[in-house]
Each structure stands twice: as structure tokens, then as C-alpha cells.
Design a protein. Structure first.
Length: 75
């Protein structure tokens, strides 16, 4: 179903974030650019899907979205 596919994709993205922040010590404190995470330069539709999926992770409090010193969004 569509809901199951969404849940799987949210879990996949959450796994990427967990790997970045927990397993790779040199990047553990470095935020990820929101745009680098969600933008697919070859697919506008995929970029929109990524934003949608990341929104669930943020909504559920598993990640935070804030602005860096240049006022660009970071996770």
C-alpha cells in the first residue's frame, strides 16, 4: 500500500541520519544540509517526496530542523 511504502521510505531516511550521526564519529556533531539531504538533482518529484518523508521524522521529534549562520536549513 501507499502508506506502507511511505513508512519504509521514512525508515530508510531515518536510518541514513542515524548512521551519519551515531556511527561516523568525525561527522557526529556536523549537521546535514537539509537541501543536500532531500534534493534529487535529477527528479523534482523525488525531491518533493524526500521533503515529505523527512517532515515525518521532524514531526515525530527524531530530528530537528534549524537554520545555520547563513540562514540555510540544516538537520
Amino acid at each position: 500500500s501507499h502508506q506502507e511504502a511511505t513508512e519504509k521510505e521514512v525508515e530508510r531516511i531515518l536510518g541514513l541520519l542515524l548512521t551519519h550521526f551515531k556511527n561516523d564519529r568525525k561527522y557526529a556533531e556536523a549537521p546535514i544540509s537539509f537541501f543536500d539531504l532531500v534534493i534529487d538533482p535529477n527528479s523534482f518529484a523525488r525531491s518533493m517526496e524526500n521533503i515529505f518523508h523527512v517532515s515525518f521524522i521532524i514531526r515525530d521529534g527524531l530530528a530537528r530542523l534549524k537554520l545555520d549562520d547563513d540562514k540555510l536549513p540544516i538537520i
